[in-house]
Design a protein around this ligand. Sequence first.
Ligand SMILES: [Zn+2]
Length: 492
Amino acid sequence: MPLRVYNTLTQTKEPFQTVVPGKVGMYVCGPTVYSQSHIGHMVGPVIFDTIKRYLVYLGYEVTWVVNITDVDDKLIVRAQEEGTTVKELAERITRDYLACLDALGVDGIDHMPRATEYIAEIIAITQGLIDKEFAYPSQGDVYFDVTRAPAYGKLSHRDPEELQAGARIEPSSLKRHPGDFALWKSSKPDEPSWDSPWGPGRPGWHIECSAMSMKLLGPHFDIHGGGLDLVFPHHENEVVQSESFTGQTFATYWLHNGLLTKDGKKISKSDPGTIVLMGDLLKAHDSDTLRVLLLTSHYRRPIDYGPSRLGELSRGLQSFLKCFARFEELTGESFYTLEAPTRRGDFDPGTSALLKEIGEHRQRFLDAMDDDFNTGGAIGELYDVVHALNRFANQAAFDLKTMGTEYRTGIVALKELTQILGVFRRQPAAPESSQDQLVAPLLELMVQVRTQVRKEKNFKLADDIRNKLLALGVVLEDRPDGTIWRIEKRSE
Ligand SMILES: [Zn+2]
């Protein structure tokens, strides 16, 4: 089954056809870098990273762009609150964002342009839109005139006249129509600003994405992605201004991912209980569990996050870890360093019943991915592959000499499929967070036990405990007010 993708623009699943044969240009709206990444910020990156992995597996050469909005009202307000500059805040938050992407295995982004590096392009498009009378300057601002573009509303399937009817224009507004949106904003004193034909100012949000995507991917590219909350007004405005400027199609396919909810509630800054910072999550959960969470339902549907959901997934993934451990135990090879096909090809099960079963699941996995990147369905097939492999390797009659080749072929097929989802890329670090969290309470407990032992005048046992802990690098120091401990680095 050839790949089909759901296009928000046409509201149908369409066969996937690229502008340039064999190549894909993909643009996904990135973060406005004013606050630390929470799990909601990672939904789009993980989904589109997986989409890129699958397109590469199908043989496409993919260029993926994710922008960073590093100038915006929210950044200006936050920087003032924190007594820092917009630039410093943007750089700090961008570093946090990049660290979260790295931890989740999102490594396919080719360009991460910053809006502030594309001011010249933004000014050129804005001027072009004024020249074509799609936009007008107004006391230092520049607005797009939505009444000049009959197609306005085509992406979000809204009637522009209805949109206008309910809106009232503020008497102080510089706009001609309530639906007009800013391409350029004049800046107030103390705000970051750039010179422009309309005076000092800064770009509007929507125009940034048009400028960066078209500069890096050309005026017509294949996939434009983002969260469902961006369809209107952000993407609607992007498409209308880009197509009005170039006179051609902007993006062929518009893909929108569902948003994350926490225990059924929308994640919102105004409800702090719903914000789960990635930095905190990564301390408590391994990256594969988090990645699987974000891929476990169809990407257009909402994803519900909750501690019980993570626990359930983590327990489910144990069967994978057992499978890899058993493979290593039997063959001496590590699953993590195994070479597996990175391009789609045929799978020949020969006469093996195991490989026939795995081949069927592999086919269903690929059919699910071909059906608008249904990663949830694909993951379901992976569990079946793992169960088949575990059954095979754990049977009493297993004999590596006669059954090793088909077993290994099955494991390689599993690796081929996990690579597409970007999971189990590397051996999970020893559960260091939980171990680290155990050290302090365990040592406290030892100190309490030893204090009791001394009270009971069993000095021999108390000294033994101290000496054995010392041999492990833990120093106990008896002080008048009690015993303290510290861990010394041993020189070996
Ligand atoms: Zn955007």
